[in-house]
Write a protein that binds this ligand. Structure first.
Ligand SMILES: Cc1ncc(COP(=O)(O)O)c(C=O)c1O
Length: 420
């Protein structure tokens, strides 16, 4: 891919970098609209991983030999690249984990168990992924913490008045999704950080669906933690990121114990252990070295396109699809806000009289991959503003999707409407 792409994103040129996009499904060209679940990988990422295994494979931080030095350098460089990508002050604030889920669990167990007391409150929202609900529910048993939930408005945006009204002197953490993986709603996390900080609470932002799709700047947002997954931004599975402000991570105990997260261990007079410096204190055992290197290549790829261009492309294709659904289809109910400025590249919907899995299977017969079910947001599907108790279908876009693909999707959707 050439640097000139930075000026404007051309999905047709980009597609050439993604081997899987030339696959046929039931004899039809694959149309991949399941990007919120995981994105496809360009050859630059696949090659970076293969090259590591072919030419540099060694454990990191454990050898004086050249291969180990080279692998360590690449893995450490990946932390720097991630820091720069989200405008963190330093690579020490970037902890590599398995995925968003593990990052939230790390905060819940390490920061939460140290800092939360019985009666303290964690405030979350109705539009969270299960991975930002269940760890906090588990803490209610471990620490007697209370979890409060801010609601949504009829238009699918977060009810900020409700959220602000629920913040009080007992609130210790507000944990909120940046872009909803079901409604597509983009939340004003900067404003949430401001009100939470005024009340003395910290803020965790779940960036699983925002960091891959738009510029995210942790200094500007002023969040205390930001979490996201590599596999949703062209990187491999098994690598994710926890960003934390340095002073908070310094005071947070390790999540798991093992090799590389300590600088000294002695049995001498009882245990005497010194934790390693950041971020290694939180990366116990042999990490996903190839995953870190793959994520690094994915970030390089996204940087060459420019995150403003990624956002612009998705906004355009999302608006185009919403308009087409409204103009050409009559039995489709769309969820989430209409205002383009507060909507990411996610469109969840249901077809009147056709179940979500049935719709997804019929789309699949035409080579179109979408997700169906609850998308790990069951409470949101069940709330009165949404009321989609059977689940929904979700089409989600990325840099390689085209309007031509949307037109094919609309044509199949017309056939699906026709069966009712
Ligand atoms: C908003 C949101 N948060 C968290 C997650 C969990 O991500 P992972 O399964 O990579 O841990 C997802 C995955 O779909 C998500 O969309």
């Amino acid at each position: 891919m050439e640097d000139e792409f930075k000026m404007c994103l051309d999905p047709y040129k980009i597609r050439g970098d993604f081997p899987i996009l030339s696959r046929k499904i039931y004899g039809k060209n694959l149309i991949y609209f399941d990007n919120a679940a995981t994105t496809q990988k360009p050859r630059q990422v696949i090659d970076a991983i293969c090259n590591y295994y072919r030419e540099k494979n060694a454990n990191i931080h454990r050898g004086v030999h050249m291969l180990s030095q080279e692998a360590s350098e690449l893995y450490e460089e990946a932390h720097y690249k991630v820091a720069k990508f989200i405008n963190a002050s330093q690579a020490e604030e970037i902890v590599f984990v398995k995925n968003t889920t593990e990052a939230i669990n790390l905060v819940a167990y390490s920061w939460g168990i140290k800092n939360l007391e019985r009666g303290d409150e964690v405030l979350t929202t109705l539009m969270e992924h299960h991975s930002n609900i269940v760890p906090w529910y588990l803490l209610t048993h471990v620490k007697g913490v209370k979890v409060k939930v801010a609601g949504i408005k009829n238009d699918g945006t977060l009810d900020m008045d409700d959220l602000k009204g629920l913040i009080n002197e007992k609130t210790r953490l507000v944990t909120v999704v940046h872009t909803s993986n079901f409604l597509g709603t983009i939340n004003n996390v900067k404003e949430i950080c401001k009100v939470a900080h005024e009340a003395g609470a910290l803020v965790l932002v779940d960036g699983a669906q925002s960091v891959p799709h738009m510029p995210v700047n942790v200094k500007e947002i002023n969040c205390d933690f930001l979490v996201f997954s590599g596999h949703k931004m062209l990187g491999p599975t098994g690598i994710g990121v926890l960003y934390g402000k340095r002073e908070i991570l310094e005071e947070t105990p390790p999540f798991m114990g093992g090799g590389d997260m300590i600088s000294e261990v002695h049995y001498a007079s009882g245990f005497s252990i010194k934790w390693n410096s950041l971020p290694w204190k939180f990366e116990a055992g042999t990490p996903n070295i190839a995953g870190g290197i793959g994520l690094s290549a994915a970030i390089e790829y996204l940087n060459r396109i420019g995150m403003e261009n990624v956002r612009k492309h998705e906004r355009e294709i999302t608006n185009y699809t919403l308009r087409k659904i409204e103009d050409d289809l009559s039995k489709v109910k769309i969820y989430g806000p209409r205002k383009p400025s507060v909507r990411g590249g996610i469109i969840s919907f249901n077809v009147e009289g056709v179940g979500p899995h049935e719709t997804a299977l019929m789309l699949d017969e035409h080579g179109i991959a979408v997700r169906s079910g609850f998308h790990c947001t069951q409470p949101l599907h069940e709330c009165k503003q949404v009321n989609a108790r059977e689940g929904s279908v979700r089409a989600s876009f990325y840099i390689y999707n085209t309007k031509e693909e949307v037109d094919k999707f609309i044509n199949v959707m017309k056939k699906i409407e026709g069966i009712t």
